[in-house]
Design a protein around this ligand. Structure first.
Ligand SMILES: Cc1ncc(COP(=O)(O)O)c(C=O)c1O
Length: 409
């Protein structure tokens, strides 16, 4: 993600120049990544085949429990996943509206049209009741969607049992966009394994990273093999460069797979660290009115990939946008919650079921710095800055103690 723009011109709140910028979510290496990268260099496996790739896929499969194919990005995974589900020109695909654009764009790559579904307040994810309503109306209108893209937002799974049951009534397959939710679970089942195909992202801002990359998983080995084939330009077997199907250059490189192997080894620790950060913010703001952590649904483990809060300006005393601007001046990067797809100029003409919940979460939601490498001092700086902006006393002591138990060894 690009950094937010700095604004040093505010006389009311001068940026302390000695303070380094605290970013929203940065890569956090585990230590063994360079070993695998070095092995790739030493063995000269510097392309899109090699031992790190096969090992990363196998280790990921061991972690998730499903066959996996490593790709150049999560977006590529969604594109291939939708194609596996048969999406093509003229189809419609239902998609969570509250998400990053990469959840929806591949629908258009395939010549299909997205139809957006609103969130509920309980999880911020796709509202199963609205989905049921949308499917019922589509069935009555004689045009069911070819697939449903369900996003696990900010590290928390959607309510998949309900969603699968509803989609099952119409035999509609589900793509689980778990780009933001690696390490989360739903009723004990890992995020990404809850749909017909699941997709993860290893973008630099994610809970683990390969600098850029993605993984597609499915219980069907045939599907995974097909996706791997498409990701390598769909070259037919044999000596000649013959192609019978359209393919893409979507394979991950063996070098980046080496980074992935090192990162996967520390994933569980990263989940603990991100959760600890979110819960620490929650405690530190516990006495402030009008600021609430994103709900933590009782059905699973939320990774809190990003620590997201909802602000009620009338109680909190300052608007979301003013808070972001003030923190930016204090050299702290924060972001609004995703702008919903149905409010995007790109998707202006698409149908949307509901939309007001996502619009409100977007209007009031803020993502605070959430890197697993965030130090106690830096998190205290964020906390105290927020508290100071609403006239509350600092809590530095409390925050340092709280963090000590969740640090790296
Ligand atoms: C919900 C969601 N879907 C898809 C993606 C796309 O992943 P990538 O950046 O790896 O293409 C991202 C993040 O970037 C995301 O947040």
């Amino acid at each position: 993600m690009p950094q937010a723009t700095k604004n040093c011109a505010d006389p009311q709140h001068t940026k302390p120049e000695s303070h380094k910028r605290i970013l929203l979510s940065v890569p956090h290496m585990g230590g063994s990544e360079q070993l695998y990268v070095r092995q790739a260099f030493e063995s000269n496996w510097l392309s899109t085949v090699g031992p790190n790739l096969s090992a990363f896929e196998q280790e990921f499969q061991n972690y998730i429990g499903l066959p996996a194919v490593a790709l150049g990005s999560g977006t590529a995974g969604i594109h291939l996943g939708l194609r596996l589900l048969g999406v093509g020109p003229g189809d419609t695909v239902f998609c969570s509206t509250l998400t990053f654009a990469a959840s929806a764009n591949p629908i258009r790559y395939l010549g299909a049209e997205p139809v957006f579904i609103d969130s509920n307040y309980e999880t911020w994810n796709m509202d199963p009741n609205l989905l049921a309503d949308a499917l019922q109306r589509s069935a009555a209108g004689g045009k069911l969607p070819k697939a449903v893209v369900v996003v696990d937002l900010y590290g928390q799974c959607a309510d998949f049992d309900l969603i699968r049951e509803i989609c099952g009534q119409y035999d509609i397959p589900v793509l689980e966009d778990a780009a933001e939710a690696l390490g989360a679970n739903y009723r004990g089942r890992p995020a990404g394994t809850l749909g017909d195909v699941g997709v993860f992202s290893f973008n630099g801002n994610k809970i683990i990273t390969t600098t850029g990359g993605g993984m597609l998983v499915s219980s069907s080995v045939e599907r995974i093999n097909k996706a791997r084939f498409w990701s390598q330009q769909a070259r037919d077997p044999g000596l000649a460069y013959q192609h019978s199907e359209i393919g893409y250059n979507y394979r991950m490189s063996n070098v980046l797979a080496g980074i992935g192997r090192g990162q996967l080894a520390v994933l569980d620790m990263r989940v603990q660290q991100r959760r600890a950060i979110a819960l620490r913010y929650q405690r530190a703001f516990g006495d402030l009115p009008g600021i609430k952590l994103m709900p933590q649904a009782s059905y699973g483990l939320h990774t809190n990939w990003l620590s997201c809060f909802l602000l009620d300006e009338s109680e909190f005393g300052i608007s979301r946008d003013r808070l972001i601007a003030a923190l930016d001046r204090a050299n702290i990067e924060c972001r609004p919650v995703w702008k919903p797809m149905h409010l995007q100029p790109l998707y202006r003409d698409c149908d949307c079921y509901g939309g007001s919940v996502a619009a409100e979460l977007f209007a009031k939601g803020i993502c605070l710095p959430s890197s697993s490498s965030l130090t106690a001092d830096d998190q205290s700086r964020v906390i105290d800055e927020v508290r100071m902006l609403v006239g509350a006393p600092a809590l530095i002591q409390f925050a340092s103690v709280e963090y000590a138990s969740c640090r790296d060894k």
